[in-house]
Design a protein around this ligand. Structure first.
Ligand SMILES: [Zn+2]
Length: 360
């Protein structure tokens, strides 16, 4: 699909709106620039303009949106006027497809927002006792659960589906989110059931999800972690605007010069909780196609890769091998990348046993 939306906005803001935006200090980041926020009193640049994505996000006041919304608010234009203005400035001829694309992208984002809210409410509904147990097991604080918007997908075939329909979305639109499986007999079921949900937040908005297994996950659904569905030949009902191209916790690393890379979601949250900005590929290494974007994000930063260091059943250290590959790719792109070798879990276990023995 020709993404006129991206084309329109990406080509535009830098040339047309930059002059509006730069008043005061600026600071380069990996994939964009920070300027003083036009929406709040800001001396330390916290308004992030991305070079890759047609959106802005303020780390100070949380204001986020695309450049159409920006013009609507700052110049009191209607969205049609804003689009016409941007297209005109960029020399892009609008065709009849653009409205459809624009609407679909916004619609998908709205439904992902609603799904995320639904998961958060259902997490709270698990009750204090279960939440405390989960938080203790993971070492998360209450603020962390809130900040990383951890949620829960209930164990019902159509819990989220029915919720989205109930609040007014059409069945054929709901399927576009990648949150549902449409079977050959046209039965529709929730993709995540009985799982802890972790949204990938991009400029404060949930753009992708991964969900971890719990004791409640149905028996047929065995994978430890499961990701959101994306558009493919078999899944052509999923919108192409649902994309797995954001790194987990990407929002956390813009302002720091030292970045950590972890293997798993929960390790990533833990490091961020303790003030070490981290992202995660949610596996041992990044995909080949990710290194270009990764290098832009990590430009001029020092990177520490801290994968797990345990042996799998065939005696391989896949965490360490993955870390070496990431380091090699980053070094090739001129980024200082170091590997942190974590102690083998059995050593930690032994320490624990030793301590218990001493205490006894
Ligand atoms: Zn602001």
């Amino acid at each position: 699909m020709e993404a006129i939306y991206e084309k329109l906005l990406k080509e535009n803001y830098a040339e047309i709106l930059f002059e509006d935006l730069i008043n005061g200090k600026t600071k380069r980041t990996g994939d964009g620039v920070l300027v003083c926020c036009p929406f709040h009193d800001d001396n330390d640049p916290s308004f992030h303009i991305s070079f890759n994505e047609p959106v802005y996000y303020c780390f100070g006041c949380g204001k986020t949106g695309n450049w159409i919304q920006y013009l609507e608010e700052t110049r009191e234009m209607t969205s049609y006027e804003a689009i016409k203005f941007l297209a005109g400035e960029a020399g892009i001829e609008l065709n009849s497809n653009w409205t459809k694309e624009l609407q679909e992208k916004e619609l998908v984002q709205q439904m992902l927002n609603e799904a995320n809210e639904f998961y958060k409410v259902n997490f709270k509904d698990l009750g204090e006792e279960i939440i405390k147990k989960y938080a203790k097991h993971r070492g998360f604080t209450e603020e962390t659960i809130e900040k990383f918007q951890i949620g829960y997908a209930p164990v019902r075939n159509n819990a989220l589906y029915n919720h989205l329909i109930k609040i007014g979305y059409a069945p054929e639109d709901v399927l576009k989110t990648g949150l549902f499986i449409k079977q050959k007999n046209d039965n529709i079921t929730d993709h995540f059931q009985g799982r802890i949900t972790y949204p990938y937040l991009k400029f404060g908005k949930p753009v992708y999800f991964i969900a971890g297994i719990t004791k409640e996950t149905p028996k047929w659904d065995k994978s430890k972690y499961k990701k959101l569905l994306v558009h493919s030949e078999d899944m052509n009902y999923v919108s192409p605007y649902v994309q797995n191209n954001t790194f987990y916790c990407e929002d956390m690393i813009y302002k720091s010069d030292t970045i950590f890379i972890t293997e798993g979601v929960t390790d990533c949250i833990t490091l961020n909780q303790y003030g070490y900005p981290s992202i995660s590929p949610v596996t041992v290494k990044f995909r080949k196609e990710d290194y270009g974007k990764l290098a832009k994000l990590l430009k001029d930063k020092t990177v520490y890769i801290c994968n797990d260091n345990e042996e799998n059943k065939s005696g391989q250290h896949i965490g360490f091998e993955g870390a070496k590959e990431t380091a090699k790719e980053l070094l090739k792109k001129g980024i200082l990348a170091k590997i942190i070798l974590l102690p083998h879990p059995s050593i930690i276990q032994n320490y624990q046993e030793d301590r218990e023995n001493v205490q006894n």
